[in-house]
Ligand binder design. Structure first.
Ligand code: ZN
Ligand code: ZN
Length: 376
């Protein structure tokens, strides 16, 4: 049996739930409200106790790990290779006593039997404690406005779509993300040209001069996001960006109460090529910007090298939901901080939205841990 934790109301002992509107955790039973940061000590202590207990019972020599208060990739690297992240884990619900079977990477959920908000300690504390979180800002009720925005200027919609479109099954999820900081050093050689044109006798002469443009550079990039869940299709997560990282706040498991969440299961080092690709695109724009007086600028030689990188582990909020129109279901996803919506369009045949099927894929892929939520 794995460790579970419930954020309980100190007044009446009912489980607490994060309230998006107030940004506080509230007790649905007696109405008390609490600041999320006030939950810190309790959760933190429990977390450390759990880690200690785990290490003691395993009799392992991993004494250093129980002192770790949050994720540190340098220290975690070794451990990931021997982690079993497929399959399921069994928990004992502290409220109703039922055995709850969850995917091995689930970090928070609702008990399918008593509907209480569960925090799965093993996946969210000590060295697995995220470095930061962006809490939900958009209320489920605001999503219909976002959907309307999404459909603005899409004239192929059926006439009665807005009157008859029904939104259902809104699910709030925290998705694990890597945020990379990196530093690049080196240079780039670009080619460009200038042209001038003049009349000489009976001829118009165009004189083109070609230049080789050398640039030395040092550049830092901050907070380049890559989703850290293998289950989440990268294209979908990319299209839900951008997130506003000024809202990043210290992680507390209280934020997860009432939402489904999963811990990371991808290796940050293996994502570095995606980071490099993103960085290179920005790099090219910046370099070309320094050659604005030339035409036809292209790169002849790229000597920029990443000489330093670090990664933070964060949780970001998204919604998944469905809309039904004329008896058919359409899947959507939304950024839980900005309200940006992506999804399918019920347009004329053969003009399905670019990301058709992707939200459906997610639903299928994470069905295992969505299912119990739906039952709750
Ligand atoms: Zn209460
Ligand atoms: Zn229960």
């Amino acid at each position: 049996m794995s460790e579970m934790f419930l954020h309980k109301c100190p007044n009446c002992n009912a489980t607490l739930e994060f309230n998006i509107e107030t940004g506080m955790v509230v007790c649905g039973y007696c109405g008390s409200r609490f600041n999320v940061n006030d939950l810190l000590t309790e959760a933190g202590q429990t977390a450390n106790n759990a880690a200690d207990a785990a290490n003691a019972s395993a009799g392992s020599g991993a004494a250093a790990e129980d002192k770790i208060k949050e994720f540190d990739w340098g220290k975690y690297k070794e451990r990931l290779t021997r982690e079993e992240l497929a399959g399921e884990r069994s928990y004992l619900c502290q409220t109703c006593g039922a055995e709850v079977i969850l995917g091995a990477t689930v970090a928070s959920a609702k008990c399918p039997y008593c509907d209480n908000n569960l925090i799965l300690l093993d996946n969210v504390t000590a060295s697995l404690r995220p470095n930061a979180i962006i809490p939900f800002k958009i209320l489920p009720g605001q999503l219909s406005t976002s959907v309307k925005k999404f459909y603005q200027n899409r004239k192929l919609l059926p006439f009665h779509f807005f009157d008859e479109n029904k939104m259902n099954a809104v699910r709030g999820l925290y998705v694990p993300f890597w945020l990379y900081n990196c530093h690049l050093n080196g240079g780039m050689t670009l080619k460009g040209s200038t042209a001038r044109s003049y009349i000489s006798g009976d001829y118009r002469i165009t004189e083109t001069t070609h230049y080789e443009l050398d640039r030395d550079a040092q550049m830092s990039f901050e907070r380049i996001p890559v989703d850290a869940s293998l289950k989440m299709p990268d294209e979908l997560m990319d299209s839900l960006e951008p997130f506003d990282y000024s809202d990043l706040t210290e992680f507390n498991s209280g934020y997860l109460t009432g939402f489904i969440s999963e811990r990371f299961d991808s290796d940050p080092d293996e994502n570095l090529p995606r980071v490099t690709e993103r960085v290179n695109n920005s790099l090219l724009e910046i370099m070309k910007g320094t050659c604005s007086q030339y035409s036809n600028v292209s790169v002849a030689d790229n000597r920029m090298q990443m000489d330093d990188s670090s990664v933070k582990y964060v949780m970001l909020p998204i919604y998944l939901f469905d809309c039904t129109y004329a008896g058919k279901t359409y899947h959507y996803a939304a950024n839980g901080q900005t309200g940006k919506v992506i999804g399918e369009l019920p347009v004329s045949k053969g003009k399905k939205w670019l990301y058709f099927g992707i939200p459906f894929l997610i639903l299928a892929a994470i069905a295992a841990f969505i299912l119990y939520w739906l039952m709750g």
